[in-house]
Design a protein around this ligand. Structure first.
Ligand code: C5P
Length: 222
C-alpha cells in the first residue's frame, strides 16, 4: 500500500508551516513544504527577468527549474536550493509570497510541479503542507486537516515571524498583502484554497502551538 499522508492545508499565517514541521518530527515522517516550490519558481522566473503573467515562459521555467531541500545541521532551518543557489533568504519575503501566488494561478505551472510533489510520498509517511494537498495532490490521503485563523491573527503571526528573521515590515501593509494573496489563492479556477470535504477544520485563533499539534496528531491513527 502507498505510504500514509497527512495533508495540512490553509491560508498564510494559519500556522501550517510550524505545525507541519513539529508534527512531522513527532511522527518521524518526511515533510513537503509545497509553498516553497511555488516560491522557488516565482523566484527563478523573476531572476530570469520573465513577466510573471507570461504563462508559457513561466511554465517552461517551472519545468526546468531544479529545486531541492537540504537539511541544515543542528536542527537549523531547512534550506531551499534553486538551480544550485541557496535561495532560502530570498524566498521568505512577502514579495516572494506574492510572486508565488501569481505564478501558482497558472494551471500548467501547477502541473509541472505535480510529479515532484508526489515523489515525497515515501515510507514511513509524509506530512504535506500547502493549499491543495488534500484536494488535488493527495486526494486519497487518509489524514487531512485544514487550519484557519482570523485575518488579524494571521497577519500578527507572519509579522512576528518576519521580524524574528530580521525583515523590515509593517503590520498594516502585511495584513493587506496577506489578504490580497489569500483572496487570489481562494478565487483562482484551478486548485483554489479550500478545505477538502473530508478534512478536519481547526481554527487556531488564540490556540497555543502545543494544543494545535495535539489536535492534529489526534487525526493520525495507525
Ligand atoms: O505557503 P506559502 O505562503 O509558502 O505559499 C506561497 C504561495 O504559493 C501561496 O500563496 C499560494 O499561492 C501558492 N501555493 C499553492 N499551492 C500550494 C502551496 C502554495 O498555490 N500547495
Amino acid at each position: 500500500p502507498p505510504a500514509p499522508v497527512l495533508t495540512i492545508d490553509g491560508p498564510s499565517g494559519s500556522g501550517k508551516g510550524t505545525i507541519s514541521r513539529l508534527v512531522a518530527e513527532h511522527l518521524g515522517w518526511r515533510l513537503l513544504d509545497s509553498g516553497a516550490l511555488y516560491r522557488a519558481v516565482g523566484y527563478a522566473a523573476g531572476a530570469a527577468g520573465l513577466d510573471l503573467s507570461d504563462a508559457e515562459a513561466v511554465t517552461r521555467c517551472a519545468e526546468s527549474t531544479r529545486i531541492h531541500f537540504r537539511a541544515a545541521p543542528n536542527d537549523g532551518e531547512t534550506r531551499v536550493i534553486v538551480n544550485g543557489h541557496d535561495a532560502t533568504d530570498e524566498l521568505r519575503t512577502e514579495t516572494a509570497g506574492a510572486a508565488a501566488s501569481a505564478i501558482a494561478s497558472i494551471p500548467s505551472v501547477r502541473k509541472a510541479l505535480v510529479d515532484l510533489q508526489l515523489s515525497f510520498r515515501k515510507a514511513p509517511g509524509l506530512v504535506a503542507d500547502g493549499r491543495d494537498m488534500g484536494t488535488v495532490i493527495f486526494p486519497d490521503a487518509p489524514f487531512k486537516v485544514f487550519l484557519t485563523a482570523s485575518a488579524a491573527e494571521r497577519a500578527k503571526r507572519r509579522y512576528k515571524q518576519l521580524k524574528e528573521k530580521g525583515l523590515s515590515v509593517t503590520l498594516a501593509s502585511l495584513q493587506s498583502e496577506i489578504e490580497a494573496r489569500d483572496t487570489r489563492d481562494a478565487s483562482r479556477a484551478v486548485a483554489p484554497l479550500k478545505p477538502a470535504a473530508d478534512a478536519l477544520l481547526v481554527d487556531t485563533t488564540g490556540m497555543g502551538i502545543e494544543d494545535v499539534v495535539a489536535k492534529v496528531l489526534a487525526v493520525v491513527k495507525p
